[in-house]
Design a protein around this ligand. Structure first.
Ligand SMILES: Cc1cc2nc3c(=O)[nH]c(=O)nc-3n(C[C@H](O)[C@H](O)[C@H](O)COP(=O)(O)OP(=O)(O)OC[C@H]3O[C@@H](n4cnc5c(N)ncnc54)[C@H](O)[C@@H]3O)c2cc1C
Length: 694
């Protein structure tokens, strides 16, 4: 009732509320109220009682002709006959009240106690409970169980397949590259001697610096995450170790002696922070795994690449010895990853770690390249096969194929006949040699191995391939550092003192230096030369003015089989004079006869003892305009200062007419030189099966 009352009050309030004037305020007409208040000008308020079911008239009765005036705003002018008490309210029909229950209720309460007159109706019956929901949880549980079982079964099958394929061996991954010091803020902000690189040249420079400056403070910074080490054993003795190379030791056996590839003990290097705090030397420290991006020679600062940019290291003297990087064949560069994973170039310890494990797991290996690195690898892998066979005769030998594009090995240095003769040494170790062959294409074979298409039209399926086709200098630093490059030889252009800019030196494989003796530029990629250049650069960094007048010097070693040492300028296209110690004629005749009569065949010339002994020991002299400019010592007994003597001799520019004297000076004594014609040096005819002499 109250709700209805207030509702209608509100509605009527909106409809008929009239504002008489500002003094009077609100006047409410009482349609829907029990009392209707109205105000006459003369009388006071008068109550008008509401009669049930009767329409209520306004009092006093309104003049129907009179306009209802509503105040729309306080400033509106009032009409002339304005009467604020004369309010017309609409006729309202009040609905009849429901019959009162009070009396019967009171009666009932008096006689029966608290009760209601109307009997309370029984509540409606409860609806039947909903049917239980479908047990989806069981369905999901079952589905998950079977799914899990299926997955486990699938994994089991996959593992079985892996075992069948022999892939269940845990996969070895190369170790993570670790920077030392870990944070770039621990790098010293300024150093006295900064050496960029930690190879042969860098180490030789350090030795030279501490020799000349006893209080030197030397800081190395290297891209590789290991201490300075020698690279040559990587293609030689390291392959004969029964265990894979270990970065902590890098040991190998040579002549029954244990040796290490490391050039220094790690305890010799100070912590970089401690090094920086040390006021005077001698002190040496190293940062490994850090790459120098550029060198600003004007401000004497090297910028080291960090995670968030560059970190400067100021220096007094700086040496760049970034070395060289291996060349890669174009078909491997653009090959997909499965092919590239089976191909490797050998330059760093990391390469050796990966290659060693891959070769040990392989059944077939290919070596591409007939240079010194490729030949040494082929020969040492062949010998490794033999050694493993001795230890375990049951072991399946590794198949090794050596591919090179020329007729003989080391075709850039050796005359063809000698290259061919040396290739026999590799063959003798059980290696299949494929001369005059090139690799044209590479792709993955159906069984996931590496398939190589060769220039002779055949294809070769292998497990792993080494690419040893030469190296090129690392010159990435040149452009950002605004250093000049040698367009002909490659490498950084430096003067005879190995200086590229004031107080900035370059040494090692990456330096193209001017040789006064030869009046030409040289860039050499050999271990001994890198050491020599490093030595010169090191002493010049301490204030000396040493000129770099060195001769090219390197070697090729097949252990007890062949030792080749090269000094001076050599090239396959240059005229050469060869002196070789031979068997006596009677001895040779006897040996040839014995072979012939035994087999009843004319043996291949290359299989005869005559051929085998022909170039057993000797010497080659390389000529330029009748002057001897280079030597090759072929299996000569080792003499310590032979290279120094040869260098001195070459400096004197000897004539080819003095070759007997030169031979004697260089240790080739007790020899009567035999000059052979060109046709005598090549193989006399092919092998003929079932050959008979009449
Ligand atoms: C497997 C193998 C076998 C070899 N065998 C023989 C051999 O029998 N006889 C022979 O005469 N020669 C051999 N050599 C070649 C000889 O090792 C090199 O000529 C010699 O190591 C070059 O020395 P290097 O100091 O100039 O450069 P490397 O020894 O190559 O050292 C370069 C150093 O510079 C660092 N570096 C490069 N760029 C940066 C940069 N931006 N920032 C910081 N550091 C950087 C590298 O990390 C590395 O430590 C062989 C080489 C190899 C790879």
């Amino acid at each position: 009732m109250g709700t209805l009352r207030y509702y209608s009050t509100l509605r009527n309030f909106n409809n008929i509320l009239a504002v008489s004037n500002q003094n009077l305020g609100l006047v409410m007409t009482g349609a829907g109220h029990y009392k209707n208040y109205s105000k006459n000008k003369d009388t006071c308020c008068k109550d008008t009682f509401q009669a049930e079911g009767r329409s209520v008239e306004n009092w006093p009765k309104g003049d129907s002709t009179m306009q209802i005036w509503r105040c729309d705003g306080p400033q509106q002018p009032q009409p002339i006959n304005y009467d604020p008490y004369k309010i017309r309210s609409p006729e309202v029909v009040v609905p009849p009240l429901p019959p009162s229950n009070a009396k019967p209720m009171l009666e009932c309460a008096r006689t029966k106690g608290p009760c209601s007159v109307k009997p309370v109706a029984d509540p409606p019956p409860c609806p039947p409970p909903p049917p239980p929901p479908f047990p989806w949880i069981y369905v999901w549980g079952l589905a998950s169980f079977f799914g899990l079982m299926g997955l486990i079964y699938k994994l089991y099958l996959w593992n079985e397949a892996r075992i069948k394929l022999g892939e269940n061996v845990p996969v070895w991954r190369p170790r993570r590259m670790i920077k030392r010091p870990f944070h770039h803020k621990d790098l010293p902000p300024c150093v006295q001697y900064l050496i960029i690189g930690a190879g042969a040249a860098a180490w030789a420079a350090y030795r030279s610096i501490i020799e000349h400056d006893k209080k030197a403070k030397v800081f190395f910074i290297s891209k590789e995450d290991c201490l300075p080490y020698d690279r040559p054993p990587m293609s030689k003795h390291m392959w004969w170790n029964p265990d894979p190379p270990d970065i902590d030791k890098l040991n190998y056996m040579q002549n029954w002696k244990q040796k290490t590839m490391y050039l220094s003990e790690c305890h010799k290097f100070m912590d970089p922070v401690k090094f920086y705090r040390t006021e005077t030397g001698p002190a040496v420290s190293i940062a490994t795994g850090w790459c120098v991006q550029r060198v600003d020679a004007d401000y004497h600062v090297a910028w080291v690449k960090t995670l968030c940019g560059e970190q400067p290291i100021y220096y007094e003297r700086c040496l760049l010895a970034p070395g060289s990087k291996p060349k890669q064949l174009s078909m491997f560069k653009s090959a997909p990853k499965p092919v590239r994973d089976r191909v490797c170039t050998l330059r760093t310890i990391r390469d050796l770690e990966i290659a060693y494990r891959s070769v040990k797991a392989a059944k077939h290996v290919v070596i591409i390249g007939g240079g010194s690195l490729g030949c040494e690898l082929a020969w040492h892998l062949g010998r490794m096969n033999k050694m493993e066979k001795e230890v375990d005769p049951e072991k399946q030998p590794l198949e090794i194929v050596h591919i090179y594009k020329d007729k003989g090995i080391m075709a850039g240095v050796l005359p063809e006949y000698l290259g061919e003769w040396a290739a026999e040494k590799i063959k003798n170790e059980g290696v299949t040699v494929k001369p005059k062959t090139q690799v044209y294409d590479a792709f993955q074979s159906p069984d996931g191995r590496l398939e190589l298409t060769l220039s002779d039209g055949s294809s070769l399926v292998t497990d792993y391939a080494f690419v040893a086709v030469g190296a090129e200098p690392r010159v990435e630093l040149a452009e950002p550092s605004e250093l000049e490059l040698d367009d002909v030889n490659g490498g950084f252009l430096v003067n005879t003192e190995l200086e590229a800019r004031t107080h900035l030196y370059v040494a090692g494989d990456a330096a193209s230096f001017y040789s006064q003796w030869k009046d030409t530029r040289l860039r050499l990629e050999h271990y001994l030369n890198a050491q020599e250049l490093g030595h010169v650069a090191g002493s010049n960094m301490t204030g000396y003015w040493q000129a770099c007048n060195i001769e090219p010097h390197f070697w090729l070693r097949f252990e007890d089989e062949l030792q080749v040492e090269v000094v001076g300028e050599v090239g396959a296209c240059m005229p050469t004079i060869g002196i070789f110690k031979q068997c006596t004629t009677e001895e040779m005749a006897k040996k040839t006869q014995a072979v012939e009569s035994a087999s009843g065949e004319r043996p291949c010339y290359k299989k005869t003892d005559e051929y085998k002994n022909r170039y057993k020991r000797g010497m080659l002299m390389y000529l330029r305009d009748e002057t001897v400019v280079g030597f090759v010592f072929w299996n000569m007994p080792p003499i310590e200062d032979r290279s120094a003597v040869a260098t001195e001799i070459l400096r004197a520019k000897p004539s080819y007419k003095d070759i007997d004297l030169l031979a004697e000076l260089l240790g080739f004594v007790d020899t009567k030189c035999v000059y052979m014609k060109e046709e005598e040096l090549v193989e006399p005819g092919p092998c003929i099966k079932n050959w008979r002499t009449f």
